[in-house]
Design a protein. Sequence first.
Length: 328
Amino acid sequence: MRTVSIVIPVYNEQEGLSLFLDAARPAVDRALALIGPGARADYLFVDDGSTDRTADILAILSRLNPDVRYLSLSRNFGKEAALAAGIDHATGDAVIPIDVDLQDPPEVIVDLVQAWLAGAQVVNARRVDRSSDGWFKRWSARGFYRLLNRLSDYPIPENVGDFRLLDRQAVDVVKQLGEQARFNKGLFSWIGFRVATVDYARAPREAGVTKWRLGKLWSLAIDGITASTTMPLRIWSYVGGAVALMAMAYAAWLVVRTMVTGVDVPGYASIMVAVLMLGGLNLLSLGIIGEYLGRVAREVRQRPLYVLAKAPEDGAAQPVAGVERLRA
């Protein structure tokens, strides 16, 4: 009997929980019909330390619906950690991460399952129409993906978010990756396997408001770049080498000019320009090195990626190494 796990990270989404289940069930049922008799699905919600009534509503939904499970994190660890927790505790032969806001239409799950049944082990859902997003989000996302793919050793499909299908084999590999600076999109791309892509149009949010503010998006972008490539460090090695060569050439020119024309009074402006330029380059390069060094420090501490305040009660999920499980 094959199973599909729908993983839904949530944070202060009390208005959208029931709406999501009502919208997702018909699409998931059609997908299960494609799989065959006996196929079943479960919905695993991950409460990322919500401060509203999200946890209470999830408790009620799990009691009323045998296919609904949930786990609660002890505080807000961020979506990347919440998604990792959901993947760690998902039990299905296929795992589908999806947001609760219904901007990723559940109807696409049918197409994802079709591609999976055709042999794909990772099925990406690509947004071909993002008109429901604001212009700044569209512009910044396009620029981020283009920059990341120019730098990264393993390119990430453009306009593909967390919404996708992962085969059990792919899930087992992802669960072995223990980075603290988590960038799941990069990990999903890094693992490889047979990949297929399904296109869809992104819909407007059904309920609630987005939790992604500019600061969080910026932090995610930095995590994505530093987790995917060391190219920024290499670039500054090239910049440092080029500046050193120019400095040596300029020094040689000064020696020759002094020998030919005699000692000249040094210019204050040229000295200040050189000092400020080199000082700025040094500070910028130190900042980039600091970003990588800070992530090394996080990895060395070996703290768990998340802490559970409440784990699923059906006993299906197994403990994850390095994760403290505290039952409410």
